[in-house]
Design a protein around this ligand. Structure first.
Ligand code: ATP
Length: 591
């Protein structure tokens, strides 16, 4: 059950912390060389661009009054050249940075994916898939520009600012101080809205995550929605989530808009002050027209990097909200992992021992208590019992999808918590009711069980489980494209494919959780033969509600009341006239 539902905002454990950026630096540092080149190009382009007002000042104060037309053409050509060169340099830099940005996000994405693949079932039990997807796709995209261009631009704008200030002071010190007077006012505005702005962007990321989770859930459950004519109601939920998102977005944007608004106003006021102070206070004798022109041009340029820096600050604030989510996922502990000193499980015979096993998904609520049993290699075990009794839990523990909270599980005498997960799971085959079909061909789907299997091996496996006939009926046979929802395939066919996949993997221990439940009686008979082949020589645990499918198992365990209430062969249990007998008789009467 996903406890963190689509309409429940995720809580962030850590407050705004520069450490997220420091951590992001690990990825950025790997791009040091291209970033340095891009930075040098940008600095050069900015310096060249900044010489324009100086040229302008010279032209206005010296060249034009002297009516020196030839030098005027020369200066104009030089101005044009500065523009062309700075545009060319900026274009090259932009190309380099696009690549850097993509390299960074692909590395983060790969790390996230690798980590997600290791996270235990518990992580997935606790949150909707949509909230996981949005991190790996949207959030990573959202931080890409900030982590690449953002960092460079940030440094660059500061350098730019220093350059502009230097040029400005070179032209006139007094008017430069007039320009700088606007800075404290601006910093005051920034301080005032900083925290609120960060919260606003966190709220946006929460709402977009909720929207994504619900969309994903709705697409997965489209069949049920249409079946129960829930479209209108779902539309209502979606509209509400979309409205929440829109509301938070608008709120966050209001904070964003405040910054350029203050910068624009301050820049206008400062320019007006330059004119006023320049012309009125200092007077034409002291300040030439060229100086005023150059100064107002520098003042306008001075506020540009400040506006850019504050926009960058906005992007940083957004990115931090996303980075927090990304790193939170990367920090999610891999609780089910190889324990220190874990050894590879040698090739097994298939003996399974539960020794006083106690387990609960949530602490304080045990599903199994002090469960002990021993299964011999090659023995077939049926797990039956009321719904919710813990049958799936038993098999999940054998595969170590969860760790026991008490006691131990041993395979051929090896405690499964002391062997590597890979060596354990590679010797097990698990088939669930909802056989997962990956996008690709039927051939690829069967090959999933053994990546180096030849076509002949695949076809042989399909034949054994009676899947070959229906596969050949498709126009493209084994090369028929299927997708994750298994379109083109019936439930039964999907299961036959997953049987073939498991047979190919040749596991010593086989787990079938309701694996035959959606196969009709005719297909089931067909499958039974194949299944018998599959079970031959393997230890198997079969969970089935339809008892007819498990009658032939060596031993039937009736799971109830946090343990095994009864165990024995079909005949023994019927003779005992206990739980199993009751269940069997009830099912027979239904049939
Ligand atoms: N991921 C989980 N998180 C929390 N509780 C869970 C989880 N999975 C199962 N449970 C609870 O554990 C109990 C046993 O579930 P389990 O799936 O093992 O039962 P089952 O016997 O296989 O049921 P069924 O026959 O309906 O498949 C149930 O009460 C269920 O609510």
């Amino acid at each position: 059950m996903a406890r963190n539902k689509f309409d429940v905002d995720e809580n962030l454990e850590s407050p705004f912390d520069i450490k997220h950026f420091r951590r992001a630096m690990v990825y950025i540092k790997r791009q040091k060389k291209p970033m340095l080149i891009a930075f040098a190009l940008s600095a050069l382009s900015a310096a060249i661009g900044l010489s324009a007002p100086l040229i302008m000042q010279h032209v206005v104060d010296v060249t034009i009054p002297a009516k020196a037309y030839e030098p005027l053409v020369g200066w104009s050509a030089l101005m044009l050249l500065t523009i062309v060169v700075s545009v060319v340099l900026a274009t090259i830099r932009s190309r380099i940075m696009t690549k850097v940005g993509q390299d960074i996000i692909s590395e983060i994405r790969i790390d996230l994916f690798k980590h997600l693949q290791q996270l235990p079932f518990k992580y997935y039990d606790d949150r909707p898939q949509g909230k996981i997807l949005i991190r790996i796709v949207n959030y990573v995209n959202a931080v890409s520009d900030v982590l690449s261009n953002g960092i460079i631009n940030f440094i660059l704008e500061i350098v730019n600012l220093i350059f502009i200030a230097a040029f400005m002071f070179a032209v006139d010190v007094r008017l430069s101080f007039v320009t700088l007077a606007g800075l404290p006012v601006f910093l005051g505005v920034m301080l005032l809205i900083k925290t609120r702005q960060r919260r606003a962007w966190q709220a946006v990321s929460n709402k977009s995550s909720n929207l994504n989770a619900y969309t994903q859930e709705s697409i997965s459950g489209i069949g049920v929605t249409q079946m129960f004519s829930r479209e209108q109601r779902n539309e209502g939920i979606f509209t509400r989530l979309a409205a929440n998102y829109r509301f938070e977005w608008m709120k966050a944007m209001r904070f964003n808009a405040l910054i350029p608004f203050s910068v624009d106003n301050l820049s206008t006021i400062v320019t007006a002050l330059i004119y006023l102070v320049g012309l009125l206070a200092l007077g034409p004798a002291d300040i030439t027209f060229g100086v005023i022109l150059a100064m107002s041009s520098y003042a306008a340029r001075f506020w540009q990097p400040i506006l850019n820096l504050s926009n960058l600050y906005n992007s940083f604030i957004n990115a931090v909200a996303y980075l927090e989510r990304i790193f939170e996922t990367l920090d999610e502990p891999v609780t089910i992992r190889d324990n220190p000193g874990a050894k590879a499980l040698p090739p097994i015979q298939g003996q399974v021992t539960f020794d006083n096993v106690t387990f609960g998904y949530d602490s304080g609520l045990n599903i199994l208590e002090n469960l002990s049993f021993d299964v011999k290699p090659g023995e077939s075990i049926a797990l039956v019992g009321p719904t919710g009794a813990g049958k799936t839990t038993v098999v999940n523990l054998i595969s170590r999808f969860y760790d026991v909270s008490g006691g131990s599980i041993r395979i051929d005498g090896h405690d499964i918590s002391q062997v590597t997960l890979k060596s354990l799971r590679s010797q097990m085959g698990i088939m669930l009711q909802d056989s997962f079909i990956f996008s690709g061909t039927i051939l690829d789907n069967i090959r999933y069980g053994k990546l180096d299997a030849t076509e002949e091996e695949i076809i042989a496996a399909a034949k054994t489980v009676r899947a070959d006939d229906f596969i050949r009926e498709f126009e493209q046979g084994y090369l028929t494209e299927v997708n994750e929802r298994g379109s083109k395939l019936s439930q039964g066919q999907r299961q036959l494919i997953s049987f073939a996949r498991t047979l190919l993997a040749d596991p010593r221990i086989l787990i079938l959780d309701e694996a035959t439940s959606s196969i009709d009686a005719k297909t089931e008979r067909l499958l039974q033969e194949g299944l018998n082949e599959l079970l031959k020589g393997r230890t198997s645990f079969i969970i089935a509600h339809r008892l007819s499918t498990v009658k032939n198992c060596d031993r039937i365990m009736y799971v109830s009341n946090k343990g095994i209430a009864e165990a024995g062969s079909h005949d023994e249990l019927l003779a005992r006239k206990g739980f199993y007998h009751r269940l069997y008789t009830a099912q027979k009467m239904e049939a």
